[in-house]
Ligand binder design. Structure first.
Ligand SMILES: *[C@@H]1O[C@H](CO)[C@@H](O)[C@H](O)[C@H]1NC(C)=O
Ligand SMILES: *[C@@H]1O[C@H](CO)[C@@H](O)[C@H](O)[C@H]1NC(C)=O
Ligand SMILES: *[C@@H]1O[C@H](CO)[C@@H](O)[C@H](O)[C@H]1NC(C)=O
Ligand SMILES: *[C@@H]1O[C@H](CO)[C@@H](O)[C@H](O)[C@H]1NC(C)=O
Length: 406
């Protein structure tokens, strides 16, 4: 009788629950166990986890709780203890004999399967396996840093591990980012480095990186797809500090009141325009394949917006105000914004209803944050250039489907 009970229990607890479970990490695993009322009564986390090897598969955070031969023995031992300790939850009178036989056969088969599949290996697993991490270093300009953070964060979340970052001063200055990452960089000192395969599209080796052991991901990771699943969390961590937002609002208010001489402006639709030029016109960048948007793009974007919205005020940020002022000369409802700190101007653009971006990651982020209608310049790489080779065909990794390429 005891043997039957053990087998039934083994079947229930290990084999059935041992089917691939979508678990983020061992902590969630133990939380799920805690939530299970029956098991909560009879199992101590320590006992269950002892000798069970969680295998984190390299792909999508599936942990297959499988056991090797030794582990199965240990578990049987654990289950025996449980049965001895608290046998009351199995009500014999409810189990029909035929059912039990079938299930015992199932359980035996499953046990055999587990045993044949299991590779003998040394097992010295602790009750709590050491915590694994994704490590990342935000670098480059603000837009680059935001991508590296957001993509590394999304990758860490997807693999059920935490993020550790170094060099976060800029991001901290601008955003309420505390809580998104840990700072114990020591843990990242000697870990394997995973470089992205190519700039500007999703790299398989990072998207589906194995976070076991802890790894350092390197590259600009410029695709929203790395963090799309977790965009609400990323958004939360990339909300601007109150002081930054206040500064941006003050700046906008002053510009509006200058332009409209104190008249009410709340019936207007605000469309941000970001015109990236400056460094994009440097010879090496052009040779590499970078392009800037011509004025024709800006005019057709305005046309597009004017068909959709009325009473538009355009608010333009650019690192080439001389050129931009020429382009929008004589347009009453275009306000060009004197260049301020990058994060303050980004906060200002994030307040817009819609965005016309040109090229570059800064424009991407302004558009992402404004979260309205977005147009982008679709011919932003020279055909056949090194730069163009970094992107996927059709730029599907770069721009959300709803954005309009012009
Ligand atoms: C076992 O099940 C029977 C019939 O369903 C019930 O009458 C009895 O109270 C149960 N015993 C326990 C210990 O739950
Ligand atoms: C990651 O792995 C999953 C599961 O194997 C696969 O469906 C997906 O296409 C992979 N993603 C990338 C970007 O390679
Ligand atoms: C446009 O502005 C005018 C005058 O400020 C206002 O009366 C009108 O309602 C606005 N139209 C829209 C669609 O907001
Ligand atoms: C954008 O707006 C939609 C609703 O239109 C909302 O569900 C979503 O969370 C917003 N995204 C961001 C990044 O703010």
């Amino acid at each position: 009788m005891l043997v039957l009970l053990v087998l039934v229990l083994v079947y229930h607890i290990i084999i059935r629950n041992g089917e691939p479970i979508n678990l983020r990490n061992i902590h969630e695993f133990s939380r799920e166990i805690k939530q299970d009322e029956l098991q909560n009564k009879v199992l101590k986390k320590e006992n269950l986890l002892k000798g069970v090897k969680p295998i984190m598969s390299a792909n999508n955070n599936i942990i297959n709780v499988k056991s090797n031969v030794n582990d199965v023995k240990t578990i049987v031992g654990v289950v025996k203890t449980i049965v001895n300790d608290v046998p009351t939850h199995v009500n014999d009178s409810k189990i029909n004999v035929k059912d039990v036989k079938t299930r015992v056969i199932d359980a035996k088969t499953n046990m055999n399967n587990v045993q044949t599949k299991a590779k003998p290996q040394k097992s010295n697993f602790n009750i709590d396996p050491p915590q694994k991490y994704i490590c990342a270093i935000p670098e480059g300009r603000l837009g680059n840093e935001m991508y590296i953070f957001a993509s590394a964060y999304g990758t860490a979340r997807r693999h059920g591990v935490k993020l550790i970052m170094n060099n976060v001063a800029h991001l901290k200055e601008a955003f309420n980012i505390d809580g998104a990452y840990e700072t114990d960089w020591e843990k990242c000192a000697k870990v394997p480095v995973i470089h992205e395969e190519a700039c500007c599209r999703v790299s398989k080796n990072i998207f589906n990186v194995s976070a076991d052991p802890t790894v350092l991901v390197r590259g600009y990771m410029q695709s929203y797809k790395y963090f799309y699943q977790y965009r609400a969390e990323v958004r939360k961590y990339l909300t601007f500090k109150d002081s930054v937002l206040d500064e941006a609002k003050d700046k906008l208010r002053k510009l509006l009141s200058q332009r409209y001489q104190g008249h009410v402006v709340d019936k207007r639709t605000f469309i941000g325009v970001h015109v990236r030029r400056g460094d994009y016109l440097n010879a090496p960048k052009i040779k590499y394949g970078y392009k800037v948007a011509p004025k024709e793009y800006l005019y057709s974007a305005q046309e597009y917006m004017q068909k959709k919205y009325s009473n538009i005020t355009y608010v333009v940020c650019s690192n080439d105000l001389a050129w931009t002022n020429k382009v929008f000369k004589n347009q009453h409802d275009v306000i060009t914004v004197p260049m301020g700190p990058a994060h303050v101007d980004l906060a200002l653009l994030s307040l817009m209803d819609h965005m016309i971006m040109t090229v570059g990651t800064y424009g991407f982020w302004a558009s992402w944050m404004a979260n309205g209608t977005v147009t982008y310049y679709k011919d932003f790489t020279s055909p056949g250039s090194e730069f163009s080779k970094g992107f996927d065909k059709g730029y599907l990794d770069t721009f959300p489907e709803s954005w309009i390429g012009l």
